[in-house]
Design a protein around this ligand. Structure first.
Ligand code: SF4
Length: 463
């Protein structure tokens, strides 16, 4: 069995600085308004013209939530007015129609994901309507070969709703839990019982969903090792297929809701690391494989199998097994990744609505990757998914001499090598188990855009 990473608090604290999560490279702050609707149309035309056009993944953003969780940094709109969904969906369907007509009809959709916000702010009937609408405009692969996934809020969905979602075709679900400790839940304004959460996990199983993911967060206000240990034990007993254990990023200057959190209630940096260590120990002892960054999976889950095969991929939805697809994002703030381009929809509802009402594709920024961007994106992708840099393969693929090309990056890597976080082997650079906790920091050494003053401050800290 692979030994889990063992935490060296002094070492990790030294590397605990702001950095991107690398769900893309270049990261979203590099997108510019120069990339517009016309650029996106051109990118789609080019992608259709590829000798073997890539398959498609679709991301649907549902921005609404019933109440604000104070830790949240997502793009969401807090409302109790269920009728807002109808107006949103009417425009979403127009965006889907406008987007779909540009893609060759024979390009298969192999992945559909609903994120938010709270996707189950929509009723099962509304979700069915969205899936049916997409089905009329796109050509979906056989359900056995495709993933239809949704993020669920266990506080606002019933087991009967889960049965309806399964009937629509959803085969994966991701549940937000964070921590069951009542003191933590009160401090973050998210009261969620163990019973209602377990009932939803059970409903997912009974209705034949292929995979259930649970999200936890360490570093929340009022969190203690005892309380978090109880949460971990409860979750492990329910045996979800995947777990994400995110570090809480306290950035009250960026996220208004976080100003409701008392800084004095947050664990100390050492306390936060102790919570992470606890999660790693308990999950690996329970048989979960550490995938990387903040993700764990059972050994027979697709993520763990894809990692073992070397076909794991990372995008705006996190880790995925659909490596070579173009990503179409629809809805407010959604990001698309078509060929070597990124494009993002407006992050605020009125601007997104206005573009659609004017019959325009709602692109507000994006970028076309350079050859250098593609090389570094490929390298960071490998690092995030396999924990290593395949020097020889990259040299062949991009006709470079790795040592020459990345002279500066390799110099930045030196302290990490000296600290035992990274090892250089013939033909590859490997993150050690301790280094796997700091994949973001390793990637930052290869990020050309971080040389620009001030750039990293917009990001959360590494641990
Ligand atoms: S954590 Fe989820 S449910 Fe809570 S406010 Fe953020 S998006 Fe909404």
């Amino acid at each position: 069995m692979v030994q889990p990473p063992r935490i060296d608090p002094g070492l990790l604290r030294r590397y605990d600085r702001p950095g991107p999560r690398y769900t893309s490279y270049p990261t979203a702050p590099q997108f510019s308004a120069d990339f517009d609707e016309r650029s996106l149309r051109e990118a789609i035309r080019e992608s259709n013209g590829d000798p073997i056009p890539r398959k498609l993944s679709i991301y649907v953003h549902v921005p609404f939530c019933l109440s604000p969780c104070f830790y949240c940094g997502c793009n969401r709109v807090i409302t109790r007015d269920a009728s807002r969904a109808e107006a949103y969906l009417a425009r979403l369907y127009r965006e889907i129609a406008m987007t779909a007509e540009m893609f060759d009809r024979d390009r298969q959709v192999v992945q559909l994901h609903f994120g938010g916000g709270t996707p189950n702010f929509l009723s099962p009937a509304q979700l069915r309507e969205v899936v049916d609408t997409l089905g009329r405009h796109f050509h979906f692969a056989d359900p056995a070969d495709s993933d239809l996934s949704i993020e669920l809020d266990p506080r606002t969905i019933s087991p009967a709703d889960v049965a309806e979602l399964a009937a629509i075709g959803f085969n994966r679900a991701s549940l937000g839990v964070q921590d069951f400790d009542p003191a933590v839940q009160a401090a973050v304004n998210r009261e969620q019982s163990v019973e209602e959460t377990l009932a939803i996990i059970e409903a997912c199983r009974q209705n034949g969903l292929r995979s259930v993911n649970v999200d936890l967060i360490y570093g929340l206000p009022k969190q203690t090792p005892e309380g978090f240990a109880r949460t971990l034990d409860t979750v492990i007993a329910a045996r979800p297929d995947r777990l994400a254990v995110y570090g809480y990023a306290h950035l009250p200057e960026l996220f208004k809701a976080q100003r409701q959190i008392e800084s004095a209630d947050l664990p100390t940096p050492d306390g936060k690391l102790a919570l992470l260590q606890l999660a790693i120990e308990k999950l690996t002892a329970a048989g979960y494989v550490y995938i990387g960054m903040d993700h764990f999976a059972l050994p027979d889950d697709d993520l763990a199998l894809a990692q073992a095969r070397g076909s794991l991929h990372r995008n705006f939805m996190g880790y995925t097994t659909h490596a070579d697809s173009d990503l179409i994002g629809v809805g407010v703030s959604a990001i698309s990744h078509i060929g070597a381009t990124f494009s993002q929809n407006p992050r605020d509802l009125p601007t997104w609505q206005a573009a659609i009402d004017e019959g325009r594709l709602p692109v507000f920024r994006g970028m076309r990757m350079s050859e250098d961007d593609r090389l570094r994106a490929d390298l960071i992708q490998h690092l995030m998914c396999q924990g290593e840099l395949p020097i020889s393969a990259l040299e062949r693929r991009y006709s470079i001499d790795f040592g020459d090309y990345f002279r500066d990056a390799l110099a930045r890597l030196e302290p990490m090598i000296a600290d035992g976080l990274v090892r250089i082997e013939p033909g590859r650079i490997l993150a050690t188990m301790q280094g796997r906790l700091l994949l973001r920091n390793i990637a930052m050494c290869f990020d050309r855009y971080l040389d620009r003053p001030g750039a990293p401050l917009k990001f959360s800290r590494a641990i």
